[in-house]
Design a binder for this molecule. Structure first.
Ligand SMILES: Cc1ncc(COP(=O)(O)O)c(C=O)c1O
Length: 383
């Protein structure tokens, strides 16, 4: 066989084998079309993504700038920058009481850009073991030493800090995406101060339930080195901002490859973010309904020793099923009842911690929540 054909065959065999292994392990991923089930799985916590009012206002905002093009047609450093975007960055930074903000095309890009460009060879990145894949991937792309500490465990973090060299960066989430619990940010900052470490907080799942994020809610924004706010969840659109000092912004413009080497977001995307922030300022009623919905879920779900509910005050509530099969079975039982909840399987989460992840929303009705908890309670009692 000619050499090229044999290499192609090897690649094709590799792909087939990896897919077969996944199928065998019961965690083969497929894309599902949209459905009309009751939504307990999207990150649209405040209903912005589905809001006809927001859609209308975005259309009006876009219409108010007929001179702006459809596509940005270049990186922000080339043809893709708009004064509109820079004004929005300044206004978002003001809203979050930060010196400056820099938009990225997604939260994934923001974490990749930040964590890959800032820590250098000889420096140390210490991440909570449950940090999002985008934080881990960003850290992997840096040349720094990398450690993880046990989830929310200050002693474990202190142990890692003792061994750290160079400039130290600690990466955490304020609300964890897969567990829904919050991080002890103030205690982590105290510990970080004693080692002169910079703390970076991803607020992807805090923004919304907390109007400006959890860091600011606790008055800790002047103590964190940087915050990442994503727009794809409660803000109902797409993109992210890194908040920090003016110098951090300038540094990222110069060194973050995920910012430099990509086409800037379209005007449509930036206009959506601007409009969503106007809605967020007025979202008190939606936030209060979301809080009551979380309370209703927590008060009607039975505690089950074998299938624990992770302690969480947020819109993300998880029941640990401990196997891919059980997680898939409970999700399909709920789907048969008209409820959209997705199983979270290993390897997305650690083996043994497979779960269903329930997202509550401002638009969930009490009847829908009761149908969810009744179905869950019945299922779990029968196991
Ligand atoms: C904690 C966290 N950070 C970052 C991201 C990535 O954000 P985006 O979806 O905007 O790329 C996510 C999304 O799943 C997330 O949960």
């Amino acid at each position: 066989m000619p050499k090229l054909i044999s290499i192609l065959k090897r690649a094709a065999d590799f792909i087939q084998q990896r897919l077969a292994d996944r199928q065998q392990a019961g965690n083969y991923r497929t894309l599902k079309p949209e459905n009309t089930l009751i939504d307990f799985c999207s990150n649209d916590y405040l209903g912005f993504a589905r809001s006809p009012q927001l859609k209308q206002k975005i259309a009006e905002e876009i219409g108010a700038y007929p001179e702006n093009h459809n596509g940005s047609a270049g990186s922000r450093l080339l043809a893709g920058n708009l004064q509109y975007t820079e004004q929005l960055e300044a206004s978002i930074a003001g809203y979050h009481e930060a010196e400056a903000g820099l938009l990225f095309n997604s939260g994934y890009d923001a974490n990749i850009g930040l964590f890959s460009s800032l820590p250098q060879r000889g420096d140390t990145i210490i991440l909570d073991e449950l940090a999002h894949a985008s934080i881990i991937d960003g850290a992997r792309l840096s040349n720094a030493n990398r450690y993880t500490f046990k989830h929310n465990d200050l002693q474990s973090l202190a142990d890692k800090l003792k061994a750290a060299k160079g400039s130290i960066y600690i990466g955490i989430e304020s609300i964890y995406s897969m567990d829904g619990d919050s991080s002890p940010i103030a205690e982590i900052l105290d510990l970080a101060d004693s080692y002169n470490a910079a703390v970076i907080v991803d607020e992807a799942h805090a923004i919304g339930l907390y109007k400006t994020g959890l860091v600011q809610q606790f008055g800790l924004h002047n103590r964190v080195f940087a915050r990442v706010i994503t727009f794809g969840k409660a803000l109902g659109c797409h993109g992210a901002v890194v908040l920090g000092s003016d110098n951090l912004r300038n540094y990222l413009i110069n060194f973050a490859r995920a910012f430099i080497y990509t086409t800037a977001a379209s005007f449509h995307q930036v206009a959506s973010v601007k409009t969503a922030y106007i809605f967020l300022r007025d979202a008190d009623e939606a936030i209060s309904t979301l809080k009551s919905n979380i309370a209703l879920f927590k008060s009607t779900i039975d505690k089950h020793e074998d299938f624990p509910l992770i302690e969480s005050e947020s819109a993300i509530q998880c029941i640990i099923l401990k196997s891919n099969e059980k997680a898939k079975l409970i999700a399909s039982t709920l789907q048969q009842k008209g409820i959209d909840v997705r199983p979270i399987l290993s390897p997305t989460v650690q083996q043994g911690s497979e779960r269903i992840r329930i997202c509550l929303h401002a638009y969930s009705t009490p009847d829908e929540i009761l149908l969810l908890t009744e179905t869950l309670n019945k299922f779990l009692h029968e196991r």
